[in-house]
Design a binder for this molecule. Structure first.
Ligand SMILES: Cc1cc2nc3c(=O)[nH]c(=O)nc-3n(C[C@H](O)[C@H](O)[C@H](O)COP(=O)(O)OP(=O)(O)OC[C@H]3O[C@@H](n4cnc5c(N)ncnc54)[C@H](O)[C@@H]3O)c2cc1C
Length: 459
């Protein structure tokens, strides 16, 4: 059957979407819109994955910091369907940079000219590097160039050592040495997209109530479309049987016609039975970056920068995100300051195993190094999120080694954030990936009709 044929009339197929993050929920929504029957199985007790919300003292907000950008077309369209787009609050934010025991302001050209860690020639080279990156439209060619080589060539060795290397280590640990130039291109490009012309200031947005509210609306929409949602259902095994695809969770076995896994590559490889050696190798070969991210509720604000980049290896976290510099603290945080301290971490990072108390101790010592006026008495609540598979590092020739969406096992598909190329990890990209995947999934499903349908079809 050609992919352009209309959906056959023999009835909806039963789909299982594994993973209730924004990718899985968007897939479920679009499949349901196409007339399919969908069940979402999410391992965690709540929906949202990396974008889920939690309680911090008296505040409910995202467990990882999230902003919306003006250029987040797919996300904003989804928010329109949820009737939330018009509620987005847009704010001009400010940026800080911490190095050489000093907190610098980096909001405009004058701040940049005053930025003393770099000499004038280095500044010109850095500005030229950023400008050149912003003009590249397709980053796939950069996948062939080692990141370090590219940055040294464009910005010079001094600027690389002073600025780029600490920032790259902050984002990827020692994995930066394995990354391609496409990684930094995608990252810088997303930041550039947040800038308005003229003043070149950053505009970030948020929905009042955070992703907690977005997810509640999305769940309501899905339920209204007839989607079954089962949180607290970790999928253990997915296998092809004579009747379709069997999915096993601790609650038992269920047969579906089609299954889409949205979990990270190595998790997907573990769940799906019958994949080829090449598929397993591709899924397990994706190099993931993890995170240990603290949410801190403080009695008072820090410096009012939404993001402060940290280029100081003595500080255990790699950035400071002052959410209350963007979100109205009086309305949402009881007048307090909500701050995130992310530590992007490689697989063996000791902070994954460290006790919460020890992480808190070390992180608060780091915070006091940057903001000496902030003491223990200012901390109202402190909570730590640890995730090992956050984003796939764009290694050399990454696109050539991507795991395919549709596997060799009929009815089993893997659509996950590792397939986001030419962009950096963001909800907008997850929504876009889901929307691009659905027509392909439907086309494959048509070529693999369920047994009950094959038996009904005329010979
Ligand atoms: C610190 C941080 C800051 C960020 N900031 C921004 C930002 O400012 N703006 C932005 O747009 N994006 C941001 N992001 C990125 C954004 O959160 C992600 O792009 C998005 O949430 C990814 O959604 P996903 O569904 O692809 O993956 P996930 O959210 O990881 O969803 C995968 C789901 O699969 C589930 N799962 C795994 N195994 C199983 C199993 N065996 N059975 C059932 N379920 C399973 C997981 O529990 C999870 O819920 C940020 C991310 C982080 C970590």
């Amino acid at each position: 059957m050609a992919t352009s044929d209309p959906v056959p009339t023999y009835g909806a197929r039963n789909w299982c979407v594994v993973g209730g993050g924004l990718l899985g929920l968007t897939l479920a929504h679009r499949l349901a819109e196409a007339g399919e029957r969908v069940t979402v199985l999410e391992a965690a007790p709540t929906l949202g994955g990396l974008a889920s919300a939690w309680r911090l003292g008296d505040v409910i907000w995202d467990r990882h910091y999230h902003v919306i950008m003006l250029s987040d077309f797919y996300l904003r369209r989804l928010l329109s369907e949820l009737d939330l787009e018009r509620e987005i609050r847009w704010t001009v934010t400010r940026t800080g940079f911490y190095c050489d025991d000093h907190l610098y302001r980096l909001n405009n050209a004058i701040d940049y000219l005053r930025f003393s860690p770099l000499g004038l020639i280095d500044k010109v080279r850095l500005a030229t590097t950023l400008h050149r990156m912003s003009r590249i439209k397709d980053g796939r060619k950069l996948e062939r160039i080692p990141l370090t080589d590219w940055l040294i060539r464009l910005s010079g060795k001094r600027t690389f050592e002073k600025i780029w290397r600490p920032l790259l280590r902050a984002k990827m640990g020692e994995n930066y040495a394995k990354a391609s130039a496409a990684f930094i291109w995608a990252y810088v490009n997303r930041l550039y997209a947040a800038r308005r012309g003229g003043l070149k200031t950053e505009m970030f947005g948020y929905v009042p109530g955070s992703y907690a509210r977005i997810l509640e609306r999305l769940e309501g929409l899905l339920t209204g479309e007839g989607v079954t949602i089962e949180a607290g259902s970790p999928v253990q095994r997915i296998e092809r049987t004579a009747d379709g695809v069997r999915v096993t969770t601790p609650r038992g076995e269920t047969d579906f016609d089609q299954v889409v896994v949205t979990a990270a590559g190595p998790l997907a490889a573990r769940m799906c039975a019958g994949l080829t050696a090449d598929e397993n190798e591709r899924l397990n070969g994706v190099l993931y970056q993890g995170i240990v991210c603290a949410s801190v509720l403080l009695k008072r604000p820090l410096a009012g920068y939404y993001v402060t980049y940290i280029a100081d290896e003595a500080v255990p976290f790699t950035g400071v995100i002052e959410m209350s510099a963007l979100v109205d603290p009086a309305e949402h945080f009881g007048g307090h300051a909500l701050v995130y301290l992310p530590r992007y971490a490689v697989a063996g990072d000791p902070y994954f195993e460290m006790s919460d108390d020890e992480v808190e101790e070390r992180f608060l010592a780091g915070l006091a190094k940057i903001y000496p006026a902030i003491g223990r008495d200012d901390v109202l609540a402190f909570r730590i999120s640890r995730v090992r598979n956050v984003y796939a590092i764009s290694t050399l020739n990454y696109s050539d080694r991507l795991p395919p969406m549709t596997t060799s096992v009929p009815g089993i598909h893997i659509v996950n954030s590792a397939q986001i190329v030419n962009a950096s990890l963001a909800v907008n990209e997850s929504v876009a990936l889901a929307e691009q995947a659905v027509p392909r999934l439907l086309a494959h499903a048509r070529a693999d009709p369920p047994r009950r349908v094959r038996e009904q079809e005329p010979a």
